[in-house]
Design a protein around this ligand. Structure first.
Ligand code: DGY
Length: 444
């Protein structure tokens, strides 16, 4: 079976009819940003199915515009915390989580529209999505940045998608765990403990969910009550890029209908661009997260900092500094791009977001590098990701030093990245000779 056939198999296996789960048992529901990346994969061979992925994701949208990070379309005993813990539903009554995730949807929808072969059908889909996408972005800008500072806050590490990044160690350390109710670690039934977040992190994740739940995970109570408010690099820079993509979609497809929304997005962009300066750490030569509780930058070097390139707003001088850091990180670990500073004592090449390489982050950094005109480095990042997939197939994440696949295997978004990004790019650039060779993945 070729790698591409394996990718089709994975997406088929994880398809639950209109939406795709990231991986059976470990993540048995629809996840927000996973689904957006997966839709890009479907787009390469089944456009109708790709749009369905977005339709079902937005069935989870709340009446205040928030798109939750998990949509519990069906029940499953394999995952915790489930709907019984969050106790909230979407505008249409579907149980969901009360948190969101990096708002990558508009970025993907623009790409889906641009690559669609059936432009009329795609336009119809996008026109239906536009008000929903706008409401989602507006929720981030208003509810998660109530003072309109240009920096939106996450209220839980899960909202960054980079759950146990060392970026949160200090801010999460201040979250009280005194009244924590009993909970079960179902993830440890599916993945080895040393590849997952530690108990002390989980206690605080669950405590935060409890605190936010007291306010039904909604504004303004949940924002004020949260002891964890962080301006995450990934969420803020993805939002800045997604705002640009949403603007493009509105101006291209329905400028008259969305005149006032277009003005609003332009205002968001001015304010995000100005605020971006606050994320830059001159001493470390990287964009850092901001602890909104005390206004300080968080001194922690993670791969999230490189997603700044997605905005198109990084100066050539700073781009050079970022490139140098990418080179140094690779020198130390052998592969682009580790999720955490390999020179730090907190680096751990096997533990989730504290070191391993993630294909979708590499894709975002690749896109950022292309945006910055850094095609050579972009190609290197893609080639390393390709090597990892070739060695260990569609893992959730990879040990940069050995190439070992970690976390869940047969992982949907990694398979989607192969179909959408790595395979076509390798075909075009020929950066790997054996790209079309048949690989025996029997028993994978
Ligand atoms: C998990 O449960 O590990 C997820 O990443 C939360 O979204």
């Amino acid at each position: 079976m070729s790698i591409t056939e394996e990718a089709y198999r994975v997406l088929k296996m994880n398809d639950r009819g209109g939406y795709t789960i990231p991986r059976p048992k470990l993540y048995p529901f629809q996840w927000n940003w996973d689904s957006c990346f997966v839709a890009l994969g479907f787009m390469t061979y089944d456009e109708k199915r790709a749009w369905e992925e977005l339709d079902l994701l937005f069935q989870g949208q709340w009446s205040n515009g928030m798109v939750p990070h998990i949509i519990f379309h069906r029940e499953s005993d394999n995952y915790s915390p489930g709907p019984d813990v969050y106790q909230v539903v979407s505008a249409t009554g579907i149980p969901t989580s009360g948190l969101s995730q990096p708002p990558i949807a508009s970025f993907c929808v623009r790409r889906m529209y641009e690559m669609s072969s059936d432009k009329e059908a795609a336009k119809e889909k996008v026109l239906k999505l536009l008000p929903r996408l706008f409401a989602y972005h507006k929720w981030y800008h208003d509810v998660r940045d109530p003072m309109h500072t240009g920096v939106v806050s996450i209220l839980h590490p899960w909202e960054s998608g980079r759950d146990n990044s060392a970026d949160w160690d200090d801010a999460l350390g201040r979250v009280p765990i005194t009244n924590l109710l009993h909970y079960e670690r179902k993830d440890l039934k599916h993945v080895a403990a040393e590849q997952r977040p530690r108990k002390e992190d989980y206690d605080r994740y669950m405590s935060l969910v409890q605190i936010l739940r007291e306010h039904k995970h909604d504004a303004p109570g949940h924002y004020l009550a949260s002891p964890f408010k962080v301006g995450d690099t990934t969420v803020n820079f993805i939002l800045a890029r997604a705002d640009q993509d949403l603007l493009w979609l509105m101006e291209t497809l329905a400028p008259d209908t969305y005149e006032s929304e277009i003005m609003t997005i332009k205002e968001w962009l001015v304010s995000s661009k100005e605020a971006m300066e606050r994320f830059w750490d001159e001493e470390d030569g990287l964009y850092h997260c901001i602890d909104v509780m005390n206004g300080q930058r968080i001194k922690s070097n993670s791969s999230g900092g490189f997603t700044a390139l997605l905005t198109g707003w990084v100066s050539p001088e700073r781009t050079e500094i970022l490139l140098e850091k990418l080179r140094r990180w690779k020198e130390e670990t052998g592969k682009h791009v580790v999720s955490f500073d390999p020179y730090s004592p907190r680096f751990d090449p096997r533990r989730y977001w504290r070191g391993p390489v993630w294909a979708i982050v590499n894709f975002l950094i690749y896109e950022g590098l292309v945006t910055a005109g850094q095609n050579k480095m972009a190609k290197e990042v893609a080639a390393d990701t390709y090597e990892l997939v070739k060695q260990s197939l569609f893992a959730e994440y990879y040990n940069p030093q050995t190439g070992e696949g970690l976390g869940g295997d047969s992982f949907s978004w990694t398979a989607a990245m192969w179909l959408y990004w790595l395979k076509p790019l390798a075909d075009e650039l020929g950066f790997v000779d054996e790209i079309n060779s048949e690989l025996d993945v029997a028993g994978a």
